[in-house]
Design a protein around this ligand. Sequence first.
Ligand code: BG6
Length: 509
Amino acid sequence: MTVTAPEQETRQATPCAFVIFGVAGDLARRKLLPSLYELWVEGRLHEETAIVGVARRDYDDAKFRQEVAAALEEFHVPGCTQTAEWRSFQRTLHFAGFDLEDTDGYRRLYQRLSELSDDTRVERQAVFYLSVPPEVFPDVVDHLDEAGLTRRHATKDGTWPRIVVEKPFGRDLVSSRSLNDRLLASFDEECIYRIDHYLGKETVQNLLVFRFGNTIFESIWHRGSVDHVQITVAETLGVENRGRTYEQMGALRDILQNHIMQLIATVAMEPPSAFDGRHVRNERIKVIEALRPITEAEVAGDFVRAQYIENVVDGEPVKGYRQEENVAPNSATETFVAGKFHVDTWRWSGVPFYIRTGKRLASRVTEVSIHFNEPPMQLFRGLDDTPPRNVLAMRIQPDEGISLSIDAKRPGVTMALDSVQMDFSYAESFGGGSLADAYEALLLDVIHGDPMLFARSDMHDAAWVALTPVLDAWQDPTLGMLDYYPAGTWGPRAADELMKRDGRAWRAL
Ligand code: BG6
């Protein structure tokens, strides 16, 4: 997170060569290139920045620039390539066409980076962004090594070159550790940026400010006041054109191991003693390391895995997961997971953290809600339809904001209670306009060398350790029985029963 005083807001980054492997892919076209363009427009990139796209295409720079223009027109702001900003931005764009297996290609890349600027810093100060399938990460690093583009070419202070690794970071503890070892053999830890775009979301960053920039919440942020916490990451979309990749992952690996773990960590962490990458990440990691080990028996009761089946949603037929492109007709991959965790720390002892995530659910919403205890004495018993309980809901997306449910007296001569909301809405408080894309903040942080919003290796390790019992138990068909839910609903009944058994219910969203 780049912390700036208002007058420094447009301070420029250092010059660098930003190399995107997989530049023809969806992520680069939808997110990376538009974010870099926006940073350029805002004057946050150095004039000597060179953006180098790598893909197995026979393009020259001119053709690549046309392709980037098309991506910006489609995924950023239509008409944006008719501007002076685009004309200057396009000069930063270069293309290096080669197959990721082609050793010579990396040598040519080395050569290209050297030629790109008279300022040798650009050559050395390279960011390698791996927007490619995870199975080729190790090979790309091998080839970067062979071509002399990694440690052997590092700056004296050891902060360059940098590598950005997209998720998924491994598919279990063993593969995550082996990927880590491979990266660490060529890059120092502080040069490895394991991206989790949730951490770059404005509203997730605001969780830190909300908790540690205010005094009033700290005194109630613990087991004495909190009954339980709920985290929902719900999507209405299905797997779209990602069937092949999704088949290898499922909801646990796609969302729970990374995005939800980061949300749990941010909500439950202790106040860091300084606002920097080391201290903030230390505190986050401690939370995940404190997750109570789950036993096999608990997996059967406390975790639900399910898959969407066809349905009619808003009058339109919607396919089931197994009918999606590149999905096996008998696939057992889960598109929904719900579960219960305990953070075994002094602060959170006895407070369950319930999580749920799924594709093709009833609405698109990501929210963290803190459910406070009931009052110790029910003074207004019978005057309220529901037992009074304050809920602080932090809406990550959409309608970004925070709301607090409180009980209030309904106006009238008789005593009756109603639950009302105190709301903070980003749109209302900070004016219209959309929030910056998470990738914008994260790419700038990579260039500034700020790792706070990136996962350190021990974070992935701790997350996989916590989830290994679940993955292991799911190997057994009786413990990992796949449930089903019609597309466009809130998931299987078993997810509601999980809450009901504890005398609780999911928040209606
Ligand atoms: C990605 C997952 O990390 O996050 C996708 O791989 C998911 O499956 C996406 O759709 C959700 O991101 P967002 O920002 O739309 O909540």
